[in-house]
Design a protein around this ligand. Structure first.
Ligand SMILES: Cc1cc2nc3c(=O)[nH]c(=O)nc-3n(C[C@H](O)[C@H](O)[C@H](O)COP(=O)(O)O)c2cc1C
Length: 361
């Protein structure tokens, strides 16, 4: 490998380690909790027994025991193998979906492929590969990723679908950011013609127009990845701070709360494609809220990370609580399965209502 190549490998590895450490240890929170704007309507006569409540769904042709996806987080550096192993074992045990972090690192340096492919050791009902949209277009010296890279990424984790993440908020704040975006949609369309693609935002949300364009590009689903949880502007703020990069510190701070709140994105991006609601999901009640306003499932990253670092037991505990909370919410609205939950009423209040009133007027 060239010196240039190994230097960029080291940079990617350091960045990935930084992301995990920052997300596990720093306060990345927003000043407002958008999911609390969504109220479900209590039913004093549920007419279903709690132990009969069925959380199973079918998503992208795969049967999940609950409408939950462990969102893309990591891979590509030493510690990632254990984190992905812990996450994968819990995804298997609870029958939920799982994504890995951006696989670019392993495409550039096959030595780290194992930190992702470890998830193949587990019977996970829905495995999701991951590449970045900015890497599908020419950014600097190197060539953009092509369909063959998409195929290789999917094979690496035996993926059922490939998430292509849109993360320009992060790219704009991080010092080594890829900020070219012209031709991105065309490149995505080429990918979607050859591979099953999930278009995934990473914390800034998807508005209706973009959702319609993505649908036209023939992606199989949308992960709206909205504002309210992990903010990559905040993550990059902390990285810039420790590097003494004052300009980036300021940009990170300014754009900390940038984006479309997740519940708002779920409503406006509902264009008839399967929808994953990721961004700020903290509880099984939030998962129920997401389904009630139109999502097919909910994705979670930041909230699971500390437990994933602690170990399998801590993670199992988190997941059990989440699913119990989801069942409790379903019971209390009188929904015996996901179809009934999706059909039940939600009240939208607060800032989310203000957003929706103006976006949909
Ligand atoms: C440590 C960490 C690393 C992440 N890396 C990726 C990534 O490589 N690719 C991606 O699509 N999303 C990545 N994400 C974004 C998550 O998949 C998710 O969209 C985002 O964190 C919002 O969910 P949350 O509020 O539950 O954390 C990462 C998130 C975290 C916390």
């Amino acid at each position: 490998m060239s010196q240039e190549g190994s230097r960029s490998d080291r940079l990617i590895e350091r960045r990935k380690g930084d992301h995990v450490e920052i997300c596990a240890n720093e306060d990345l929170s927003q000043d407002y909790v958008y999911w609390d704007d969504i109220k479900l309507v209590h039913n004093p006569l549920p007419e279903v027994d709690l132990d009969e409540v069925d959380t199973a769904i079918t998503l992208f042709g795969r049967r999940l025991s609950a409408p939950l996806i462990i969102s893309a987080m990591t891979g590509g550096y030493g510690k990632a193998e254990e984190i992905n192993r812990n996450l994968a074992s819990v995804a298997e045990k609870f029958g939920v979906g799982m994504g890995v972090g951006s696989q670019r690192a392993a495409l550039e340096n096959p030595e780290v492929a194992r930190t992702y492919s470890v998830i193949k050791d587990y019977e996970i009902p829905l495995r999701i590969g991951n590449l970045g949209m900015p890497q599908l277009i020419k950014q600097g010296e190197g060539d953009p990723l092509g369909i063959e890279h998409g195929k290789a990424a999917m094979e690496m984790v035996d993926a059922h679908i490939l998430a292509v993440h849109m993360n320009y908020l992060q790219e704009i704040v991080q010092p080594e950011g890829d900020t070219k975006s012209k031709g991105g949609l065309k490149a995505l369309e080429r990918f979607a013609a050859a591979l099953p693609v999930l278009a995934k935002e990473t914390g800034a949300g998807i508005p209706r127009e973009a959702a319609l364009r993505l649908k036209k590009a023939k992606v199989k689903g949308l992960d709206v990845g909205g504002l309210g949880g992990t903010s990559f502007a905040a993550v990059e703020y902390y990285r810039a701070k420790s590097a003494g990069d004052h300009a980036r510190v300021n940009i990170g701070k300014t754009f900390w709360d940038w984006g479309i709140p997740t519940p708002v994105a779920v409503v406006v991006a509902n264009v008839g494609l399967p929808l994953v609601a990721t961004g700020g999901i903290r509880s099984g009640l939030d998962v129920a809220r997401a389904v009630t306003i139109g999502a097919n499932s909910a994705g979670m990253a930041g909230r699971l990370l500390p437990a994933a670092l602690e170990g399998k037991e801590a993670l199992e505990h988190e997941m059990r609580v989440l699913i119990d909370e989801l069942k409790a919410a379903m019971f209390l609205v009188g929904a015996k399965d996901m179809k009934e939950l999706a059909a039940s009423k939600a009240i939208v209040t607060g800032r989310s209502k203000e957003w929706l009133d103006q976006l949909t007027e």
